[in-house]
Design a binder for this molecule. Sequence first.
Ligand code: NAP
Length: 559
Amino acid sequence: MQAIAQKQQDAFDVIIVGAGVAGLYMLHRAKQAGLSARLFDAADGIGGTWYWNRYPGARVDIESFEYSYSFSPELEQEWHWTERYASQPELLRYFEHVAQRFELYPHIQLGTRIDSAVYDEARGQWAIATQTGQTYRARFCVMATGCLSAPKVPDIPGYGSFRGDCYFTSRWPHEPVELAGKRIGVIGTGSSAIQFTPVAAQVAAHLTVFQRTPNYSIPLRNRPMDLDYEKRMKAGYEQLRRMQWRSPGGFVLVGGEPRLPLTTSALAVSAEERLSEFEARWQAGGLCLYTCYPDLMTSKEANETLAEFVRAKIREKVVNPAVAEKLTPRNHPILTKRLCADSGYFETFNRDNVTLVDLQETPIETITERGIRVGGREIELDVIVFATGFDAVTGALLNIDIRGRRGQSLRAAWQDGPKTYLGLMSADFPNLFNVAGPGSTASLSSAIPCDEHQIDLVMRLITRSRNGGGAGIVEPTHAAQDAWTERIQAIAAKTLIHESNSWYVGANVPGKPRVVLLDLEGFSAYIDVCDGIIARDYEGFVFESAPAGVPAEDSVALA
Ligand code: NAP
């Protein structure tokens, strides 16, 4: 892995934190615009999510033709995906290829955790400090720290006392992990666990799944890449991208055909027609049930038709009716927690070497030295895998001590919930961009198109901030921020999102304010809003003139 040689330079036009999907594209755009830039990442490699989440079974659940960068037609044509849904190692190879191809590595400093970012009002600059005490300065700071990157520390009694091996799916080791012949316990039944479980079951002596909340999951139907399909997709890339950017989720493929969401209510069609639509999408695989009827997220009655369809599928798949019932979600509407996509998850519970422990019946009493005690009995284990999720959307950002104007801390400003304009910037934190931040459509929509769109907007804001003698300082107004923050909650209030205790509303982290963290109106609507704001000369943003006394070498030289 290449990383830059430590140079003397410590002042840049742009500092980027995070070498994942967003950080890499931001660096590419900054370079293209002639800005000096450095990208920092705590990891020893690039790839963000795909660097850390290397657990067995990890793969993307949006088709790779859609979960890939759109900014370079040459890259689209030259890259060959070997499977419809790329696995984690292939995704990592893709991002490494991108970094190599667009000559990003010389500007990337790995193994460097950023501890703080402090705005120096006099100079109109950010001072970014690393964990090891170095400080770098930049006019613009782009936090590309990811929505699902700060692992949640499990609030489980006895955590830390187990003498066997413990792993987090979100921090899976880089050395080979021996799971074969082991008694493995996995805690959690979210997307990560649902991918890990079927793979682990194939090699474990015994696998025990500790389930607190059963989850809805759809078959992924991954398969090796068919060369005719690849040819067709590559020939139609332009149209596919156009449709992605006009869709609420940033993905449109249904069984290999691009399709925009239906517009009729699920309740306006006959039960027969509805079932046939659900069945077609179930057979197509992946997350395309998201793009089905528009009222699935707003009408309880409509939602229940889909929930009941999936419940029936679980009953068909799981041989033991008592186990099937435990695996059947009944306490939350479908889609109000992130829908999972699996490769044989429910079928895994038909295996003799797999046991489901329902934590609603028998909660975990404690983790012990030898295993996990539930319902008065100790289940002895060799390995515990925590697939317990993330402090989502705000976690990674607030792990950095960010101070804006007047030394004001972002943690304090967001103590009752995050406040942003467009999920991208906050008032009193000039020139600080939070890509895929709270109030954006990130994570609800496919990450790559959302990140590309937001970063294109960041570049426009940077450019606009320099126009007409500006000092390169941009910041949203409090009024625009308040209106956006209210808008996010108002949109959410019309949906069923509050009916589940998900990370979408911060409910998975004790003490986190319970507010909706994402813009539920979706990607295409978000693009339209941004276009309107740009057309009205960046309504809601203020651009400053240069602070007096800023040394010339600190000023931004934009191409
Ligand atoms: P998650 O969806 O938050 O799931 C965490 C699981 O751990 C839940 O089942 C949760 O139960 C359980 N849990 C947490 N604390 C627990 C405790 N103290 N005791 C018992 N159980 C506990 O996390 P994730 O599976 O890592 O997925 C997070 C997100 O990452 C997904 O929603 C998705 O957006 C993304 N992801 C995507 C992919 C993909 O694209 N292929 C793969 C993995 C992840 P409760 O439900 O009861 O809280």
